[in-house]
Ligand binder design. Structure first.
Ligand code: NDP
Length: 247
């Protein structure tokens, strides 16, 4: 590889996305940090640049706005002349039981967790094919694999990523572009910090390694899937859940 790989990571301001961005920067990638809030991205950029010596850039964007997200990817390509790695990590929950779930709760989750991935992949496909290299990783969830009461919207959005990603893998594989899903189990982040203690204890009991995951556990998997070495790995769902589901 003669030039530095350029990576675009959504949801980089905290949690799993922050760990992924930090890890990819440590592996020598230039990382474009994307989320809605700019201040934590500025802080992360400074932290990455001081700790790794790698450069990073900040892109404040609401991924549920298709035009804004497509422009963010196009701007990345025009600024850097290429896009090698796309990590669609940003996601939200709007939990409710099926009988109580509103159209708005459904639509919010589908547009943020699913439509954004379609929009980002569509925008990234041409530059990746042109460069004859691409690594797309879509972050799903074990909720999308086995279901979870109260998460019909979220589970549907995450489950849909598997069929979508396999299709992208088939369409782009001959051009050197891979597409995979990483499906985390329970990971200690803002998304899970308000779970009652008894729920956390019952989750730990189901996890073979008897702990919640850390954002770095997901970042390790993403680092491999996005590496130059992973060119024969595509269309897969890699479940990183400490052995909770084993499905
Ligand atoms: P957090 O809630 O900690 O962080 C979510 C990130 O997404 C933030 O950076 C947030 O930044 C960004 N984000 C949310 N909405 C938007 C938006 N509309 N536009 C741009 N950025 C947005 O989540 P986690 O780190 O826990 O989760 C990351 C991913 O992993 C998600 O897809 C989640 O579904 C998945 N996951 C998490 C699990 C867990 O146990 N934590 C388990 C399984 C899957 P900002 O608010 O500034 O926009």
């Amino acid at each position: 590889m003669s030039e530095q790989r350029i990576a675009f990571v959504t949801g980089a301001s905290r949690g799993i996305g922050r760990a992924i961005a930090t890890r990819l920067a440590a592996e020598g990638r230039h990382v474009v940090l994307c989320s809605r809030s700019q201040a934590p991205l500025n802080d992360l950029k400074a932290e990455i640049e001081s700790s790794t010596g790698a450069s990073a850039s900040v892109c404040a964007c609401d991924i549920s706005d298709p035009a804004a997200l497509a422009k963010a990817i196009e701007d990345t390509v025009s600024d850097h002349g290429r896009l090698d790695i796309l990590v669609n990590n940003a996601g939200i929950t709007r939990d409710n039981l099926l009988l109580r779930m509103s159209d708005e709760e459904w639509d919010d989750v589908i547009s943020t967790n699913l439509r954004s991935v379609f929009v980002a992949c569509r925008a990234a496909a041409r530059p990746m094919m042109k460069g004859r290299f691409g690594r797309i990783v879509n972050i799903a969830s074990t909720s999308g694999l086995v279901g979870n009461a109260g998460q019909a919207n979220y589970a549907a959005s995450k489950s849909a990523l598997t069929g979508f990603t396999k299709t992208v893998a088939r369409e782009l594989g001959s051009k050197g572009v891979t597409a995979n899903v990483v499906a985390p189990g329970f990971i200690a982040t803002d998304m899970t910090k308000d779970l009652p203690e008894n729920v956390v204890d019952s989750v730990k009991a189901m996890v073979a390694v008897k702990r919640l995951g850390e954002p770095a556990d997901i970042a390790s998997a993403v680092a491999y899937v996005t590496s130059d070495d992973a060119g024969f790995l595509t269309g897969q769902t890699i479940t990183v859940d400490g052995g909770m589901t084993m499905c």
